[in-house]
Write a protein that binds this ligand. Structure first.
Ligand code: CA
Length: 247
């Protein structure tokens, strides 16, 4: 089971936002809408990570360009697809200049929009999985059970109890978050997080998982988030599973 990808639609034409939302939900996405820039930025900074943003340009108050620029300034590396009635080359160029990934003009073909959304997500997934020397980026904060993780300071606040992650622990946690729901073999973790061939003992991985469990799991001996998949590796689930059912 893979987690649903979540899409944020930033669009002030309500009927259009609702139409796109309906179609994305039919394709299995989880969809949030925002009618203007500030509420879009607020939504992105909230706890639930957004996997992709569909962004209109002509928005009341703050333009789509400004929203995209702000996102990139905040180091939020989420794929952005601009969906705009502006058809000029300079609009397109400006969109890419502020950090958008794709540009689709209105009126648009629904199948094309859906296919671009899927492809953009795949591309970003591959990029983060390959771990090509780039830090795996995430929104600044993340919530697991009652624990809040701050990616900037590496601090974890577990209901008032503080812990600090090492760089490697943080990298491992971010890798889990980006691959949420997928079974990840230990070898893959060694290659992409430790950046070493899987020739060394995989017990190193297990030790790190134990440490993450100690911090994040209410009951580390019966994990709900960092799950062991026997003979394979691990699977991470933000929302947590019932250990009885997922054994
Ligand atoms: Ca508009």
């Amino acid at each position: 089971m893979t987690a649903k990808k979540s899409v944020l639609i930033v669009e002030d034409e309500h009927h259009l936002a609702v139409g796109i939302k309906y179609n994305l939900e039919a394709e299995g996405f989880q969809v949030t809408t925002a009618g203007d820039g500030p509420s879009a930025l607020q939504c992105i900074q909230d706890k639930t990570p957004i996997d992709l943003i569909i962004l209109d340009l002509m928005l009341p108050g703050m333009s789509g360009y400004a929203v995209c620029e702000k996102l990139r300034e905040m180091n939020i590396d989420v794929p952005v697809l601009i969906l705009s009635a502006r058809t000029l080359t300079e609009d397109r160029t400006r969109g890419f200049d502020v950090g958008a990934d794709q540009y689709l003009t209105k009126p648009f073909d629904l199948d094309e929009l859906l296919s671009r959304v899927r492809n953009l997500l795949l591309m970003y997934d591959r990029r983060t999985k390959r771990g090509n020397g780039q830090p795996i980026s995430s929104p600044p904060q993340y919530q697991i059970a009652n624990c809040e993780v701050d990616f900037a300071t590496y601090e974890v606040n577990a209901g008032g109890k503080k812990a600090k992650l090492t760089q490697l622990e943080m990298k491992l946690l971010q890798y889990f978050i980006h691959n949420e729901g997928r079974v990840i073999p230990r070898d893959e973790l060694l290659e992409n997080v430790w950046e070493m061939p899987a020739t060394i003992t995989t017990r190193a991985v297990d030790q790190f998982i134990r440490r993450l469990r100690k911090i994040f799991e209410p009951n580390p001996s019966s994990p709900r988030h960092f799950l062991t998949i026997r003979d394979v590796g691990y699977r991470f689930v933000t929302a947590g599973v019932d250990p009885e059912l997922d054994a």
